[in-house]
Design a protein. Structure first.
Length: 106
């Protein structure tokens, strides 16, 4: 037959072991920060069993950006105190940002 050479005699059998990859979620948490009107809600959930391990609700007169940064500070203090790692952060805050214009003026 055409194309048969020394290499195409028999395919080699590849043997290996299938190992299931399991991501260790211990110590990792999901942080959810929400603001509805003047009320700010912080929930920290365990990634292992999705239980709420920290919940905080308070009212603020601060603007969106200041309220979000205050909530971030509360979360960071709690995580450092309990030696936890933030895996995911969710939020409903609409924080704008400032950037330089890409157009040049003459």
């Amino acid at each position: 037959m055409f194309g048969l050479g020394k290499r195409s005699q028999q395919p080699k059998e590849i043997r290996g072991e299938i190992v299931e990859s399991v991501d260790d979620k211990s110590g990792k948490v999901l942080v959810h920060i929400d603001k509805y009107g003047r009320e700010v809600t912080i929930k920290i959930r365990s990634r292992v069993d999705a239980q709420v391990i920290f919940e905080c609700e308070y009212e603020t007169d601060a603007n969106e950006r200041a309220a979000y940064y205050d909530a971030e500070q509360i979360v960071d203090i709690y995580l450092r105190a309990h030696r936890l790692y933030e895996d995911t952060r969710l939020s409903n805050f609409d924080i704008g940002y400032v950037r330089n214009a890409s157009k040049r003026s003459r």
